[in-house]
Design a binder for this molecule. Structure first.
Ligand SMILES: Cc1cc2nc3c(=O)[nH]c(=O)nc-3n(C[C@H](O)[C@H](O)[C@H](O)COP(=O)(O)OP(=O)(O)OC[C@H]3O[C@@H](n4cnc5c(N)ncnc54)[C@H](O)[C@@H]3O)c2cc1C
Length: 235
């Protein structure tokens, strides 16, 4: 973003999550991690690409981690370059910013994710659960195939270890595995499972996913103030 302070980030480690998704574990040059809230993102700059204004990447780590992690799906020129980075490589990025997080304290949090849109929710879930939250946390997570699910092992463990976390996977382009739901997420069935009372809804994924879910929730008379959105892609 024009005028944003820029920092140099160092790649400390790179973890392959799925066939085309990698997590980069980062610090600043002095080995520290900047302050951020789960749900925020950094803007990464590669001035010699077609996008000198940079691209946004949400933190998938939680603020108390030793590294700041971003988890990137390799799709186009920019994300391929980022995914290909190795330990010791550096790049320029903004400090964390953004407003994609719950502003209330005692609500249930209902997180609706599609594909790589899971990244801010991994940060939120780990942070809230580690902090011993009493809030009820729901994650509905949609992917084309089972192999596309990012952080599956970790999410399964979090849901298994915490009575206040409910999770449901949706699979849209193949037959779902046991315990998963076949087909797209629908606001109606989510509403039935969580009820509308005392809940905030956070939506993250492609523009069309976020738009469809937002419309569905509004049709259920969920107030706009209780729906937070982060649209990653224009598709
Ligand atoms: C606030 C914010 C946070 C973001 N956080 C993340 C993050 O945590 N991780 C991450 O990987 N990306 C994230 N993004 C998206 C990221 O900024 C880039 O847009 C993305 O990496 C693609 O850039 P690219 O130049 O490589 O591909 P592009 O050249 O922009 O995309 C190539 C084509 O692929 C399509 N496309 C893009 N993504 C997908 C997809 N997932 N599935 C199907 N088609 C797609 C595009 O519409 C386009 O037609 C975020 C975006 C925003 C706005």
């Amino acid at each position: 973003m024009e005028g944003e302070p820029k920092e140099t980030f160092v790649v400390v480690d790179r973890i392959r999550e799925t066939e085309n998704v990698a997590t980069l574990k980062l610090t600043l040059e002095d080995g520290t991690v900047p302050v951020y809230a789960p749900g925020q993102f950094i803007t990464v700059y590669f001035p010699d690409t077609h996008t000198p204004e940079g691209k946004a990447y949400s933190m998938s780590s939680m603020p108390s981690d030793k590294t700041l992690d971003i988890t990137v799906k390799a799709i186009g020129e920019f994300s391929h370059r980022l995914c290909g980075m190795q330990s010791g490589d550096t790049f320029t990025a903004s400090l964390p910013y953004g407003y994609f997080y719950s502003e209330l304290e005692n609500t249930d949090l209902v997180m609706l994710a599609a594909g790589i849109g899971i990244t801010p929710f991994r940060s939120m879930l780990r942070c809230y659960l580690k902090g011993g939250t009493g809030r009820k946390l729901y994650l509905f997570y949609s992917n084309r195939t089972v192999r596309d699910i990012v952080f599956k092992e970790e999410l399964d463990k979090l849901a298994g270890d915490n009575d206040n976390m409910f999770m449901e996977y949706h699979i849209t382009r193949q037959t779902a595995s046991a315990g998963m739901v076949d087909g797209r997420m629908e606001a109606d069935s989510i509403f039935e499972k969580v009820g509308g009372k005392n809940a905030e809804f956070l939506l993250c994924g492609s523009v069309s996913f976020v738009r469809d879910m937002w419309r569905g929730l509004r049709q259920k008379n969920i107030s706009e103030e209780l729906i937070y959105t982060e649209a990653f892609f224009s598709q």
